[in-house]
Design a protein. Sequence first.
Length: 345
Amino acid sequence: MAIVDDKPRSATVIASTDCQLLVLPRDQLQHRMRVLDPVLRMVLSVILDRFRDSVRHIGGEAPAPAQPAAKQPDLSDYLSAIEVITLEQSLKQALERDELVPFYQPIMDTKSGTIAGFELLARWNHPERGILPPGVFITVAEQSGLVREISLWALRRACVDMEIFNRARQDLGAPGCFIAVNVTGDDICAEGFAQTVATILQETGADPRWLELEITESTLIDHASDVIDKLQKLRALGLSISIDDFGTGYSNLRYLAQYPVQKLKIDKGFIDPIAQAGRGREIVRAMIELGHILGLRLVAEGIEDCEQVAILRELGCDYLQGYHFSRPLSYADSQALLCQKVAGE
Ligand SMILES: [Ca+2]
């Protein structure tokens, strides 16, 4: 690899096998530098500056900066880089100190109107800033790779809490409820993930029938090559798999015939216009019918009012989730709600 500036240059390369010369033009390089993670951008700009300085010190002519017209990193760039590093370090500590807490958003059974299960959503109980939503830390978690640890934490926590919830349900003579955990394509494709999930199930004594993994539709396409095999291994543990944000990521429906999934979660974007009769509603009707023909259960996400509930009931949607029923609740509040609902059933 060589970085070539605007000066006339010559270079000699001996290729030991057939190869191709790939050129990354200046504007592309500049674009990549601009959109880069701020930490990497700062590191690169420091390295390039040092390199130019050392060339000057040994009497050579330093190559011109790669992007003379571009803005040099200023204080705000350094601050955002420092902020990212700091946030990443405190997130790492948060995992060690057990500062992540599960919040549970109820998923209702459309027919009975009672809680069928929950989706676990991670929150960070920050010692100084209070409860932080995932929007504050999930990008840093993804960039730093900590998202993997968060997924495993969520899985373990779901298994532990599911046992407690379901024991309470059993004592009240009510059926069990499932807990859905969001996992990423990288989680699913990581070496030994199914074995790790099996170990968590074993160590917590959780019943896999009540555990669901939510994966986004785009995961299926991004990791298309080996995802079927990985999903089958997970499915063999006895848990369920649902497709999150169904309808938003991937227009090729062939995957529905190939992947071992049991549930589809219809994205809020499709539910929002459902009260107006027309194509929007018909698309949701078609999604529900298609899912049912394939033997899948449907969940509508982002329900905000009674009208949407009535329409989705008429369309035969199996489960409903959204602020109309409940926001994500703390562990204690969800447990209390679960027992209240059971008592009222
Ligand atoms: Ca989800």
